[in-house]
Design a protein around this ligand. Sequence first.
Ligand code: CTP
Ligand code: CA
Length: 224
Amino acid sequence: IEFLTSKKKLKGKRFLVTAGPTIEKIDPVRFIGNHSSGKMGYAIAESLASEGAQVDLISGPVQITTNNPNITIHPVESANEMHQEATTRFKMADGAIMAAAVSDYSVATPSEKKLKREQTGNITLELIPNKDIAAALGKQKKQNQILVGFALETDNELENATKKLQKKNLDCIILNSLKEPGAGFNVNTNKIIIINNKGEQKTFSLKEKKEVAADIVQYLVENY
Ligand code: CTP
Ligand code: CA
């Protein structure tokens, strides 16, 4: 029995995971970023790999890494670079989990030289919307591929998450609320609800991100 239950369930499968923030250049030394640590995405990559999957981890700049032989890290900086890597690599994947906190905007015309404060005075940055990577994969998705997104919401959580799931053509979406103490950015714990495309919900308790990642992978193994 022990032998049977320890069988790796994702052997032979290939997954794409996006993780961390993306950053958008203002000039050669400055950027717009966000608080994502990459912990959730890296933990998911580790969980998938421990079930035997090969993982392409498309990662924005983070302070963490992994030495897992089943995980290949593809470092990117901007949302555009992440879009390029993700849309190319998804073709070879059985599924994708979109855990990155992608910048929604980039600077229209980043300066090639460092901005000098004596020469600028007030600055107005023009920001242009970035491509929605999850939605792009949702369009590209084939019958046998599975696409999982995240939603970070502060209000109308379930309604907003469900809208995102539909709009991006996801199979399920993992909702984490910024309202929950112990959930969100730069903490080691998270509390999630998984919503699938039939509207079914599964609620989990507050746990370590590593355990949350194991729950997510377990959910995928059981349901797809
Ligand atoms: N996402 C993405 N590409 C983007 C923006 C978001 O792939 N340009 C993905 C995220 O990785 C996440 C999901 O889409 O899996 C939802 O991200 P979120 O920021 O919550 O949603 P948005 O669609 O950007 O909407 P908003 O930020 O306005 O709430
Ligand atoms: Ca967003």
